[in-house]
Design a protein around this ligand. Structure first.
Ligand SMILES: C[S@@+](CC[C@H](N)C(=O)[O-])C[C@H]1O[C@@H](n2cnc3c(N)ncnc32)[C@H](O)[C@@H]1O
Length: 217
């Protein structure tokens, strides 16, 4: 099911068909995750994964942080684009879900680049030195904590480093005046916070459920 609620099914299919397709390992992880049922919707859309792989390569990123790994699809998309000595630090609280992804990281030959920490991400991030040594980050975990993840990552990111943030359109609900559930409110507040923040440039890309691209000045 397309995550971009504002696109027709035909246009969504067209967009997917005209971007680079997931490879065989990625496709098998998509299928394995689908067996979990409705919760599999947490996985990023394949076209977002394609975009992230391309962006990591284009930026020449070497050290990347991920907040919210689930069954490891976004991690696979990032790690495959890193150089052989690159590093992806994945933060998640679920051993069960992340364990599903590990064999696929192995099959893709990227497991040696991935360091998975099972703990609340605010704790994992706070324990990292504030040394502006990360090139990029991807935020895709619990929505009310987005501002905390952003504030923890920004001082650890190199100038010109990029943060990607998923689900920033929340199925289009951010722009619906009558949508007032906690996640919608949290995402609206986060979107306003980063748009007003002079430390970053922000652009929302309506791909998947919406990805914000932030550049540290
Ligand atoms: C939307 S899913 C991530 C999807 C993943 N990026 C992918 O492409 O498959 C959100 C993940 O955030 C994790 N999560 C929720 N709260 C968390 C927290 N406080 N710290 C770290 N991870 C958390 C969940 O366990 C879940 O795996």
């Amino acid at each position: 099911m397309p995550k971009s609620a504002w696109l027709s099914e035909e246009l969504h299919a067209y967009i997917v068909a005209h971007g680079t397709e997931p490879d065989a390992v990625q496709q098998s992880l998509i299928e394995e995750t689908a067996k979990l049922g409705g919760i599999s919707m947490m996985q990023i859309a394949p076209e977002q994964g394609t975009f992230m792989t391309l962006l990591v390569r284009a930026l020449g990123a070497k050290r990347v942080l991920e907040v919210g790994t689930f069954t490891g699809y976004s991690a696979l998309c990032i790690a495959r684009a890193l150089p052989d000595d690159g590093e992806l630090l994945c933060c998640d609280v679920s051993d069960e879900w992340t364990s599903i992804g590990k064999p696929y990281w192995e099959k893709a030959g990227v497991a040696h680049k991935i360091d998975l920490k099972i703990a609340p991400a605010v704790e994992t991030l706070a324990a990292l030195p504030e040394d502006e040594s990360w090139d990029m980050a991807f935020i895709d975990a619990d929505k009310p904590n987005y501002p905390n993840y952003f504030e923890a990552i920004l001082p650890r990111l190199k100038p010109n480093g990029v943060i990607l943030v998923d689900n920033v359109l929340w199925s289009g609900n951010v722009a619906k005046p009558d949508a007032d559930d906690d996640n919608t409110k949290a995402i609206r507040a986060f979107n306003k916070k980063v748009a007003d923040d002079p430390r970053v440039e922000a652009a929302i890309i309506p791909l998947g459920d919406g990805i914000t691209l932030l550049r540290k000045k």
